[in-house]
Design a protein around this ligand. Sequence first.
Ligand SMILES: Cc1cc2nc3c(=O)[nH]c(=O)nc-3n(C[C@H](O)[C@H](O)[C@H](O)COP(=O)(O)O)c2cc1C
Length: 184
Amino acid sequence: MSQYRIAVVVGSLRKESFNHKLALALAHMAPENFTFEHLRIDDVPLYNQDMDGKQPPEVLRLKSEIAAAQGLLFVTPEYNRSIPGVLKNAIDQASRPYGQSAWAGKPAGVIGISVGAIGTALAQQHLRNVLAYLDVPTLGQPEAFVQNKEGLFDDKGHIGVESTAKFLQGWMDKYVAWVKTHNA
Ligand SMILES: Cc1cc2nc3c(=O)[nH]c(=O)nc-3n(C[C@H](O)[C@H](O)[C@H](O)COP(=O)(O)O)c2cc1C
């Protein structure tokens, strides 16, 4: 059975991040031949085009982790109706120098959780726009906009609401198929 390594990019640095929790809960829903590695983005310096010829070690690490992955999973909050700056910075860094983007061709899933009712819909739409330019094939359906509610995560870190767990399992099944299709 093939093994699939998924590079997970969480757009929040917050210790108790709901998006981090959602990423962990989703990993529980994947088959055993899928492994999930969270990329570190908090130490990636701010992008400066002057550094394209001598990218910092944190950027080279990020790019090599992406290169080693068979798929990408973006789990992001919405900040002011867009994606957090820390996520955009990581995307920009790993997309450069021009022609040497680490992202191109890696199949991706986009998902997020917010305290607001629209559940990161606008952030996801902005992210899809960026990923389209970067030639990242992104799962279109189902979309998943999750709103945090008391008891959503149980004490084992799984999804504690049955209807949401069922919906997210369906999302994960499609994501798994998407990654497999793009690695066939
Ligand atoms: C700077 C900032 C901007 C925010 N903007 C939005 C927003 O546009 N839409 C939304 O639904 N929630 C917004 N929120 C609330 C987030 O949904 C909430 O803080 C969420 O917990 C962040 O995700 P995390 O738990 O993974 O850190 C914002 C929060 C911050 C700190």
